[in-house]
Design a protein around this ligand. Structure first.
Ligand SMILES: *Cc1c(COP(=O)(O)O)cnc(C)c1O
Length: 238
């Protein structure tokens, strides 16, 4: 594909996504601007990401530490988030350059982010990742672990809990999918109403290309979209 068609596709895709989000938001009495579209930019070239930023994308999320570090200096100003699995020994490479880490899946990781942030005299916003389907292959807190540990995590200096993130199981049908999103929304509401130190819980990050509409209907405040914005990922190219 030529550069031209990549950007044309982006324009069409982005327009369609915005329309869908507007529809979903209005259905539940929210405004479209209450929902943040985060572009999941793994494998996407800096050039195309910059085109997206120039054309309305304000938030981007990267998955891999190395890939993020190699692209970050080429990117235009934007809100930079980390959304992939993060190993504790890579925390120091990422924390100086990102605003929010979506994928905090253990107390150990939260402690490391706290330690590194304190050293930099910075407060890093984090989301706690919930393994809402209790899948063995996925990381994250179970709902119960979340409730048991959120207070302890919130007491760590240098971090601010901003909400929850989930990647629900791949579902056969939409009904099942919605069930997980609804469970996440319940947890989000529970946790927002708890009195938790140093937190400002207002982000529910869930919904990707195939299910962002349902996620918004179930209360997502941030959707992470890759394929539907940029096209199918070309892993061969990297
Ligand atoms: C890749 C990725 C997305 C986006 O997935 P698409 O299906 O391409 O929209 C969202 N969240 C995370 C954590 C991802 O790794």
């Amino acid at each position: 594909m030529t550069e031209k068609s990549l950007t044309d596709n982006f324009d069409l895709n982005y327009k369609e996504i915005k329309e869908n989000i507007k529809k979903a938001a209005e259905k539940i009495g929210k405004r479209p601007e209450d929902i943040t579209i985060l572009a999941a930019t793994k494998t996407v070239d800096a050039e195309l990401i910059n085109y997206a930023i120039q054309n309305g994308i304000e938030y981007i999320g990267e998955n891999k530490v190395q890939e993020f570090l190699s692209k970050k200096d080429s990117l235009l100003p934007c809100h930079r988030h980390f959304i992939g699995h993060l190993q504790t020994n890579k925390v120091k490479d990422i924390v100086p350059f990102v605003e929010l880490i979506h994928s905090v899946d253990s107390i150990r990781l939260a402690k490391e982010i706290s330690k590194v942030s304190k050293k930099l005299c910075k407060v890093t916003d984090i989301l706690l990742e919930v393994n809402i389907g209790n899948e063995e292959t996925k990381s994250g807190f179970t709902a119960q672990e979340l409730m048991e540990n959120v207070n302890e995590i919130s007491k760590l200096e240098g971090i601010c809990i901003r909400g929850l993130m989930a990647i629900p199981p791949i579902c056969e049908n939409e009904q099942e999918n919605i069930k997980y999103f609804e469970e996440m929304n319940k947890l989000f509401i529970d946790i927002s109403s708890k009195k938790i130190d140093n937190s400002n819980i207002d982000i529910l990050s869930m919904g990707m290309s195939s299910d962002y509409y349902a996620a918004v209907l179930s209360g997502a405040t941030m959707v992470r979209i890759g394929t539907s914005l940029f096209g199918k990922r070309d892993y061969g190219k990297k």
